[in-house]
Design a protein around this ligand. Structure first.
Ligand SMILES: [Zn+2]
Ligand SMILES: [Zn+2]
Length: 126
């Protein structure tokens, strides 16, 4: 498989039991269906997003790309909680592509949110 944005080769990287594809060029991340949802829940999984967020930002503008698996146009999406995180999703295989740094960004928010929820629960129990 080649990267849908910069067309470099991708390598398989694994975190726990989850394997994802990372581009050797722009270091964007490819997630198969639901892998992103699973991975975001695992502690320290942001370590797989080693890319430079600045490079990611450059590629972020490139939103009309084809799915590297199905070769159909992917749909530009925004994260429901963080509108500045834009990614692409395939309407057929539901794979998603995140530019370098975006998964880290997504993850930070998730951790913070969980922390705030926890504080809320603590407060309620006091
Ligand atoms: Zn790439
Ligand atoms: Zn696809």
């Amino acid at each position: 498989m080649n990267c849908p944005k910069c067309f470099s080769k991708v390598e398989t990287v694994s975190f726990g039991e989850i394997e994802i594809e990372r581009c050797l060029g722009c270091q964007g991340l490819w997630f198969d269906m639901l892998e992103k949802e699973d991975l975001v829940e695992i502690e320290h999984s942001e370590a797989i997003d080693i890319g430079d967020a600045q490079v990611g930002e450059e590629y972020d503008g490139l939103q009309y790309i084809n799915c590297p698996q199905c070769n159909v146009k992917m749909m530009p999406m925004v994260d429901k909680d963080q509108a500045h995180i834009r990614y692409e999703s395939c309407p057929i295989c539901y794979g998603t592509f995140f530019d370098a740094g975006e998964f880290r960004d997504l993850k930070e928010h998730t951790v913070l949110e969980r922390f705030t929820q926890m504080l809320g629960i603590l407060r309620r129990n006091l």
